[in-house]
Design a protein around this ligand. Sequence first.
Ligand SMILES: Cc1cc2nc3c(=O)[nH]c(=O)nc-3n(C[C@H](O)[C@H](O)[C@H](O)COP(=O)(O)OP(=O)(O)OC[C@H]3O[C@@H](n4cnc5c(N)ncnc54)[C@H](O)[C@@H]3O)c2cc1C
Length: 277
Amino acid sequence: MPRYSTLDQLQLKVLTKAAGLLTATPNQRAVFDQFVITVTAVADIGPHLRRVTFHAPEFAGYRVTGPDECFGLLVPPPGRPLTMPSEDRVNVRTAIRALPAADQPDLRWYTVRAHRPEAAEIDVDFVLHGDAGPGTRWASRAGAGASVGFRAGNSGYRPPSTGSVLLVADETALPALCAIVEAGVPAGTRIFAEVPTEDFHVDVDAAVTWLHRGTDAPGSHVLRAVTDLPGPTPAYAWVCGESSLATAVRRHLVKDRGLDRRSVMFSGYWKVGAART
Ligand SMILES: Cc1cc2nc3c(=O)[nH]c(=O)nc-3n(C[C@H](O)[C@H](O)[C@H](O)COP(=O)(O)OP(=O)(O)OC[C@H]3O[C@@H](n4cnc5c(N)ncnc54)[C@H](O)[C@@H]3O)c2cc1C
């Protein structure tokens, strides 16, 4: 069990409070568990999507905070064994930076697509985008027996008990969107998914408006669709995907439609041309 210093606990409180002024309050956790996880299965579930199943004894007692639970994947440097950062720091990046440079794992964030405590397993759906970063590179080569680090995260989906809901996702947020839908969304929830092409589609157990952006900028198609959406402003929106997609849709909802910024959960899951560390 990690032991956080008073300063770290204070930092967590301040960050949580500051975030609460800008966005809908996420589901928080007090302790960010950290452990080694091992690949037990790999399956391609689409031309660009790979499902990796991980086992760790700790998953038997693990509790997700919500359906779109994320975690930090700690990937060892090429050709090096995995060195886990200290779990006694609230900020995992600070803990990574304290390690010798050659041992520092890369950190990338992914969604717990499914958690099976009885099997002590999780599934993670990786969008494969070539060799451009350590996350996709690792997932492209992952095989049974490979080990990486797991750093617990939190979740963002937290709609009010009444009122309409809008969900907007790109391909990287589809695992979270699917998990949210499976957990149950209010009747009439509007769902938009903007993906590059049709072969990024996944099965979602709900009516989804699919948009194909091709080579256009992420967010350009879904922003138009949300702007054209008739009817009253939703009571709550969850908007996740490429950074400009998330910020543009959020800006429209807040500035043009008057939705309270604390009623919009938004997150830039990745950024064109930049690593998402
Ligand atoms: C809370 C959260 C949950 C997430 N859940 C998932 C998930 O379940 N599945 C998933 O696949 N991703 C998920 N992501 C997104 C993922 O963390 C980013 O795509 C991340 O950039 C991947 O790391 P990388 O090492 O592959 O690329 P990076 O090193 O971060 O980036 C290298 C280059 O690749 C580009 N790039 C990054 N991602 C993509 C992409 N998807 N398509 C095209 N170009 C890209 C960048 O613009 C950059 O130029 C999530 C992110 C967050 C914050």
